[in-house]
Design a protein around this ligand. Sequence first.
Ligand SMILES: Nc1ncnc2c1ncn2[C@@H]1O[C@H](COP(=O)(O)OP(=O)(O)OP(=O)(O)O)[C@@H](O)[C@H]1O
Ligand SMILES: [Mg+2]
Length: 234
Amino acid sequence: MLEFINVSKQFESQPDPIHVLKNISFSIGNGEFVAIMGPSGSGKSTLLGIAAGLDRPDSGVVSLDGIDITKENESTLATMRLNKIGFIFQNFQLLPGMNAIENIGIPLYLKSGFSEKEINDKALGLLKSISMDHRANHFPKQLSGGEEQRIAIARAFINDPKIIFADEPTANLDSKNSNVVLDLLLERNKKLKTTLVIVTHDPQVAKLADRILTMRDGEILTPKQTPAKKKKRK
Ligand SMILES: Nc1ncnc2c1ncn2[C@@H]1O[C@H](COP(=O)(O)OP(=O)(O)OP(=O)(O)O)[C@@H](O)[C@H]1O
Ligand SMILES: [Mg+2]
Protein backbone atom coordinates (compact mmCIF):
# COMPACT_ATOMS: atom_id res chain seq x y z
CA MET A 1 0.00 0.00 0.00
CA LEU A 2 1.09 3.57 -0.74
CA GLU A 3 0.14 6.18 1.81
CA PHE A 4 0.75 9.93 2.00
CA ILE A 5 0.16 11.51 5.41
CA ASN A 6 0.25 15.32 5.62
CA VAL A 7 2.85 15.64 2.89
CA SER A 8 4.04 19.15 2.02
CA LYS A 9 6.61 20.40 -0.44
CA GLN A 10 7.67 23.86 -1.45
CA PHE A 11 10.23 25.22 -3.89
CA GLU A 12 12.20 28.38 -3.17
CA SER A 13 11.21 31.12 -5.54
CA GLN A 14 11.26 34.93 -5.63
CA PRO A 15 9.42 36.81 -4.22
CA ASP A 16 7.63 33.94 -2.41
CA PRO A 17 8.21 30.19 -2.18
CA ILE A 18 5.85 27.99 -4.25
CA HIS A 19 3.80 25.57 -2.16
CA VAL A 20 3.55 22.70 -4.62
CA LEU A 21 2.01 20.15 -2.24
CA LYS A 22 -0.12 21.40 0.64
CA ASN A 23 -0.54 18.90 3.45
CA ILE A 24 -1.65 16.06 1.19
CA SER A 25 -3.04 12.78 2.54
CA PHE A 26 -4.36 9.78 0.59
CA SER A 27 -3.77 6.08 0.23
CA ILE A 28 -3.68 3.65 -2.68
CA GLY A 29 -4.24 -0.04 -2.11
CA ASN A 30 -2.27 -2.87 -3.71
CA GLY A 31 -3.60 -3.68 -7.17
CA GLU A 32 -5.54 -0.43 -7.55
CA PHE A 33 -5.46 1.66 -10.72
CA VAL A 34 -5.58 5.33 -9.78
CA ALA A 35 -5.55 8.24 -12.22
CA ILE A 36 -4.25 11.61 -11.07
CA MET A 37 -5.71 14.56 -12.94
CA GLY A 38 -5.54 18.32 -12.63
CA PRO A 39 -4.37 21.45 -14.40
CA SER A 40 -0.78 22.08 -15.45
CA GLY A 41 1.29 23.21 -12.49
CA SER A 42 -1.05 21.72 -9.87
CA GLY A 43 1.71 19.44 -8.50
CA LYS A 44 1.05 16.08 -10.18
CA SER A 45 4.62 15.32 -11.31
CA THR A 46 5.99 16.50 -7.98
CA LEU A 47 3.62 14.16 -6.14
CA LEU A 48 4.58 11.23 -8.36
CA GLY A 49 8.33 11.81 -7.89
CA ILE A 50 7.91 11.91 -4.11
CA ALA A 51 5.77 8.75 -4.16
CA ALA A 52 8.54 6.88 -5.99
CA GLY A 53 11.30 8.14 -3.70
CA LEU A 54 12.88 10.25 -6.48
CA ASP A 55 12.28 13.44 -4.54
CA ARG A 56 11.74 14.22 -0.86
CA PRO A 57 8.95 16.21 0.77
CA ASP A 58 9.64 18.95 3.32
CA SER A 59 7.36 17.27 5.84
CA GLY A 60 4.96 14.36 6.20
CA VAL A 61 5.12 10.61 5.79
CA VAL A 62 5.27 8.66 2.53
CA SER A 63 4.76 5.04 3.36
CA LEU A 64 5.30 2.26 0.82
CA ASP A 65 4.41 -1.20 2.12
CA GLY A 66 4.65 0.12 5.68
CA ILE A 67 8.08 1.74 5.28
CA ASP A 68 8.40 5.52 5.54
CA ILE A 69 10.56 6.15 2.50
CA THR A 70 11.24 9.76 3.50
CA LYS A 71 13.51 8.33 6.22
CA GLU A 72 15.54 6.05 3.93
CA ASN A 73 18.94 6.88 2.46
CA GLU A 74 19.61 7.16 -1.27
CA SER A 75 21.09 3.70 -1.66
CA THR A 76 18.13 2.01 0.06
CA LEU A 77 15.77 4.02 -2.12
CA ALA A 78 17.65 3.00 -5.27
CA THR A 79 17.39 -0.68 -4.31
CA MET A 80 13.69 -0.28 -3.51
CA ARG A 81 13.08 1.30 -6.92
CA LEU A 82 14.90 -1.51 -8.71
CA ASN A 83 12.91 -4.17 -6.88
CA LYS A 84 9.45 -2.69 -6.63
CA ILE A 85 8.92 0.35 -8.82
CA GLY A 86 8.49 1.14 -12.49
CA PHE A 87 8.59 4.82 -13.36
CA ILE A 88 7.59 6.39 -16.68
CA PHE A 89 8.83 9.98 -16.80
CA GLN A 90 6.95 12.81 -18.47
CA ASN A 91 10.11 13.53 -20.51
CA PHE A 92 11.11 9.83 -20.94
CA GLN A 93 14.69 10.21 -19.58
CA LEU A 94 16.23 7.66 -21.92
CA LEU A 95 20.03 7.50 -21.90
CA PRO A 96 21.23 9.07 -25.17
CA GLY A 97 24.32 6.84 -25.51
CA MET A 98 22.34 3.60 -25.35
CA ASN A 99 20.14 2.14 -28.06
CA ALA A 100 16.50 1.16 -27.54
CA ILE A 101 17.09 -2.40 -26.36
CA GLU A 102 19.87 -1.31 -23.98
CA ASN A 103 17.71 1.45 -22.53
CA ILE A 104 14.96 -1.04 -21.79
CA GLY A 105 17.44 -3.38 -20.09
CA ILE A 106 18.96 -0.74 -17.76
CA PRO A 107 17.00 -1.72 -14.60
CA LEU A 108 18.12 -5.35 -14.92
CA TYR A 109 21.76 -4.42 -15.60
CA LEU A 110 21.65 -2.39 -12.37
CA LYS A 111 19.93 -5.16 -10.45
CA SER A 112 22.56 -7.84 -11.15
CA GLY A 113 21.85 -11.56 -11.14
CA PHE A 114 20.71 -11.54 -14.78
CA SER A 115 22.84 -12.72 -17.70
CA GLU A 116 23.21 -10.47 -20.73
CA LYS A 117 21.21 -12.97 -22.76
CA GLU A 118 18.37 -13.03 -20.24
CA ILE A 119 18.22 -9.23 -20.25
CA ASN A 120 18.32 -9.04 -24.04
CA ASP A 121 15.64 -11.68 -24.47
CA LYS A 122 13.35 -9.96 -22.01
CA ALA A 123 13.97 -6.52 -23.53
CA LEU A 124 13.31 -7.89 -27.02
CA GLY A 125 10.03 -9.46 -25.85
CA LEU A 126 8.95 -6.08 -24.49
CA LEU A 127 10.05 -4.33 -27.69
CA LYS A 128 7.85 -6.71 -29.66
CA SER A 129 4.90 -6.08 -27.36
CA ILE A 130 5.10 -2.37 -28.19
CA SER A 131 5.70 -3.05 -31.93
CA MET A 132 9.18 -1.56 -31.77
CA ASP A 133 11.48 -4.51 -32.45
CA HIS A 134 12.50 -2.98 -35.79
CA ARG A 135 13.99 -0.07 -33.80
CA ALA A 136 16.04 -2.19 -31.35
CA ASN A 137 19.38 -0.69 -32.38
CA HIS A 138 18.22 2.90 -32.75
CA PHE A 139 19.42 5.56 -30.33
CA PRO A 140 16.93 7.93 -28.67
CA LYS A 141 17.78 10.84 -30.99
CA GLN A 142 16.85 8.63 -33.96
CA LEU A 143 13.39 7.95 -32.52
CA SER A 144 10.20 9.99 -32.65
CA GLY A 145 8.67 11.29 -29.41
CA GLY A 146 6.03 8.56 -29.46
CA GLU A 147 8.67 5.88 -30.05
CA GLU A 148 10.77 7.20 -27.17
CA GLN A 149 7.70 7.12 -24.98
CA ARG A 150 7.07 3.47 -25.80
CA ILE A 151 10.70 2.59 -25.01
CA ALA A 152 10.38 4.38 -21.67
CA ILE A 153 7.25 2.35 -20.95
CA ALA A 154 8.97 -0.94 -21.78
CA ARG A 155 11.86 0.02 -19.48
CA ALA A 156 9.37 0.53 -16.64
CA PHE A 157 8.05 -3.02 -17.19
CA ILE A 158 11.31 -4.96 -17.32
CA ASN A 159 11.79 -5.49 -13.58
CA ASP A 160 8.16 -6.64 -13.18
CA PRO A 161 7.49 -3.91 -10.61
CA LYS A 162 4.63 -4.24 -8.13
CA ILE A 163 3.79 -0.56 -8.61
CA ILE A 164 4.07 1.55 -11.75
CA PHE A 165 4.06 5.35 -11.70
CA ALA A 166 3.43 6.86 -15.11
CA ASP A 167 3.52 10.58 -15.87
CA GLU A 168 1.27 11.16 -18.89
CA PRO A 169 2.27 7.89 -20.58
CA THR A 170 0.04 8.44 -23.60
CA ALA A 171 0.71 12.16 -24.11
CA ASN A 172 2.89 11.69 -27.20
CA LEU A 173 1.07 8.76 -28.77
CA ASP A 174 -1.48 8.55 -31.55
CA SER A 175 -4.71 6.78 -30.71
CA LYS A 176 -3.51 3.38 -31.97
CA ASN A 177 -0.31 3.42 -29.91
CA SER A 178 -2.11 4.97 -26.99
CA ASN A 179 -4.42 1.95 -26.97
CA VAL A 180 -1.47 -0.45 -27.22
CA VAL A 181 0.18 1.17 -24.20
CA LEU A 182 -3.05 1.31 -22.22
CA ASP A 183 -3.75 -2.35 -22.93
CA LEU A 184 -0.26 -3.27 -21.71
CA LEU A 185 -0.71 -1.24 -18.53
CA LEU A 186 -4.17 -2.70 -17.92
CA GLU A 187 -2.91 -6.23 -18.54
CA ARG A 188 -0.26 -5.73 -15.84
CA ASN A 189 -2.91 -4.36 -13.50
CA LYS A 190 -5.35 -7.21 -14.11
CA LYS A 191 -3.12 -10.25 -14.55
CA LEU A 192 -0.13 -9.38 -12.41
CA LYS A 193 -2.06 -7.18 -9.93
CA THR A 194 0.41 -4.38 -10.54
CA THR A 195 -0.66 -1.15 -8.85
CA LEU A 196 -0.97 1.67 -11.40
CA VAL A 197 -0.68 5.35 -10.56
CA ILE A 198 -1.08 7.33 -13.76
CA VAL A 199 -0.99 11.09 -14.19
CA THR A 200 -3.07 11.96 -17.21
CA HIS A 201 -4.94 14.74 -18.94
CA ASP A 202 -6.67 12.14 -21.11
CA PRO A 203 -10.27 11.36 -20.10
CA GLN A 204 -10.04 8.06 -22.02
CA VAL A 205 -7.28 6.91 -19.67
CA ALA A 206 -8.96 8.23 -16.55
CA LYS A 207 -12.25 6.50 -17.26
CA LEU A 208 -10.47 3.14 -17.13
CA ALA A 209 -9.16 3.81 -13.61
CA ASP A 210 -10.74 2.47 -10.44
CA ARG A 211 -10.50 5.93 -8.94
CA ILE A 212 -9.52 9.47 -9.88
CA LEU A 213 -7.61 11.84 -7.62
CA THR A 214 -8.02 15.42 -8.81
CA MET A 215 -5.33 17.95 -7.91
CA ARG A 216 -5.80 21.71 -7.80
CA ASP A 217 -3.11 24.08 -6.71
CA GLY A 218 -1.23 21.58 -4.52
CA GLU A 219 -4.28 19.93 -2.99
CA ILE A 220 -6.38 16.85 -3.70
CA LEU A 221 -10.02 17.66 -4.30
CA THR A 222 -11.79 14.34 -4.66
CA PRO A 223 -12.68 12.01 -1.79
CA LYS A 224 -9.45 10.57 -0.48
CA GLN A 225 -10.69 7.02 -0.12
CA THR A 226 -13.67 5.69 -1.98
CA PRO A 227 -14.40 2.03 -2.54
CA ALA A 228 -12.70 0.91 -5.73
CA LYS A 229 -15.23 1.01 -8.53
CA LYS A 230 -14.37 -1.75 -10.93
CA LYS A 231 -14.84 -0.39 -14.39
CA LYS A 232 -12.32 -2.04 -16.63
CA ARG A 233 -12.03 -2.50 -20.33
CA LYS A 234 -11.98 -6.03 -21.68
N1 LIG B 1 12.51 21.97 -9.14
C1 LIG B 1 11.62 22.97 -9.11
N2 LIG B 1 11.97 24.21 -8.72
C2 LIG B 1 11.06 25.22 -8.67
N3 LIG B 1 9.75 25.08 -8.96
C3 LIG B 1 9.35 23.86 -9.36
C4 LIG B 1 10.25 22.74 -9.47
N4 LIG B 1 9.54 21.65 -9.88
C5 LIG B 1 8.28 22.08 -10.05
N5 LIG B 1 8.16 23.39 -9.73
C6 LIG B 1 6.91 24.18 -9.77
O1 LIG B 1 5.93 23.47 -9.04
C7 LIG B 1 4.65 23.55 -9.66
C8 LIG B 1 4.10 22.15 -9.89
O2 LIG B 1 4.91 21.47 -10.85
P1 LIG B 1 4.57 20.00 -11.37
O3 LIG B 1 5.62 19.67 -12.36
O4 LIG B 1 4.41 19.10 -10.21
O5 LIG B 1 3.16 20.28 -12.07
P2 LIG B 1 2.24 19.29 -12.93
O6 LIG B 1 0.91 19.25 -12.26
O7 LIG B 1 2.95 18.01 -13.16
O8 LIG B 1 2.09 20.11 -14.31
P3 LIG B 1 2.02 19.55 -15.85
O9 LIG B 1 0.60 19.07 -16.06
O10 LIG B 1 2.31 20.79 -16.66
O11 LIG B 1 3.05 18.50 -16.03
C9 LIG B 1 4.87 24.35 -10.92
O12 LIG B 1 4.47 25.68 -10.67
C10 LIG B 1 6.35 24.29 -11.17
O13 LIG B 1 6.83 25.45 -11.81
MG1 LIG C 1 3.78 17.14 -14.86
